[in-house]
Design a protein around this ligand. Structure first.
Ligand code: HEC
Length: 280
């Protein structure tokens, strides 16, 4: 009897392990820990920009409008640390306008006499400094969330161009049964659904446009997204142009290569046909 138990015990223990493995392998994972954010999360909306595609370019008027939206709305919380004021020349701003824009953006410095922290008016070579001295101050003002730098945002998220637009226009009422903690807001385009940023664009005409475009919430969201596509990739048009030129160049070279191949082999082919050269 004892021998029988000793013989069967390893099989019994092994069986338990195999059973545990099978249960682990075939149990649907979502059934164990359902993640409600997956069901609510929405993919970025279908919206197109002039900069899309291989021939995409920037619409300067739109970039200027988007810049205005950034300045008057987003800059209250977000920085653009990778963009210098003089870069705005690409949007069609004159040096005098750039100087005036820079001047309004206070830059941190140190008082030479006292050594204390101080600020000075910006210069065209400075970058867009955010409204907060550091991360601690930024979090303190935003319910402990950090407004990220927006310079590269359209590159940092999947379908970045469309994502920023979707996020800005995606605020909605939470469905029944979904809890939105105090200080957060329901937005199904945000990865974790509840976002600390209150809807920044809420009413038509929030930003005054000077080029006759109607400043609807949708338009402002589109324009500021276009502007953030530019901040993330200011050389996009040049890249498209160079790429197109390179493809044309390679096509021409392929054609020339083929013609010279024909020419180089023409004589040998002729001779082979006449039997002067033994064919392989
Ligand atoms: C009142 C302050 C405030 C304003 C104004 C504001 N934001 Fe935000 N924004 C935040 C905060 C805070 C977060 C971080 C949210 C979080 O992590 O929950 C954020 C996050 C974001 C994100 C990142 C979302 C992600 O996927 O991580 C984008 C994009 C963004 N804001 C764009 C904008 C744009 C564009 C504007 C102007 C139209 C704007 N914000 C205006 C406070 C603000």
């Amino acid at each position: 009897m004892g021998r029988l138990i000793a013989f069967l015990a390893p099989f019994a223990i092994g069986g338990v392990f195999v059973l545990a493995l099978l249960v682990g392998a075939f149990m649907p994972r979502d059934a164990v820990t359902p993640d409600p954010t997956i069901a609510l999360h929405k993919e970025a909306k279908e919206v197109s920009f002039k900069s899309d595609g291989v021939f995409g370019t920037f619409d300067k008027a739109q970039l200027q409008r988007g810049f205005k939206v950034y300045q008057e709305v987003c800059a209250a919380c977000h920085s653009l640390h990778q963009v210098a004021f003089r870069d705005l020349a690409a949007l069609g701003f004159t040096p005098a306008e750039i100087k005036a824009i820079a001047k309004k953006n206070d830059q941190p410095t140190i008082d030479e006499k006292t050594g204390d922290a101080a600020t000075r008016p910006g210069l065209p070579s400075d970058k867009f400094y955010g409204p907060y001295a550091n991360e601690v101050a930024a979090r303190a003002a935003n319910n402990n969330a950090l407004p990220p730098d927006l310079s590269l945002m359209t590159k940092a998220r999947e379908h970045g161009n469309r994502y920023v637009y979707s996020l800005l226009t995606g605020y909605a009422n939470a469905p029944a049964g979904w809890a939105v903690p105090q200080g957060l807001h329901y937005n199904p385009y945000f990865k974790s659904i509840n976002i600390a940023m209150p809807a920044p664009l809420t009413s038509e005409g929030q930003v005054e446009y000077t080029d006759g475009t109607k400043p609807t919430v949708d338009q402002m969201a589109k324009d500021v997204s276009a502007f953030l596509i530019w901040t993330a990739e200011p050389k996009l048009v040049e890249r498209h142009r160079t790429g197109f030129g390179a493809v044309i160049f390679l096509l021409i070279m392929t054609g020339l290569g083929y013609l010279s191949y024909r020419r180089v082999w023409a004589e040998i082919k002729y001779k082979t046909k006449k039997g002067e050269v033994a064919s392989a």
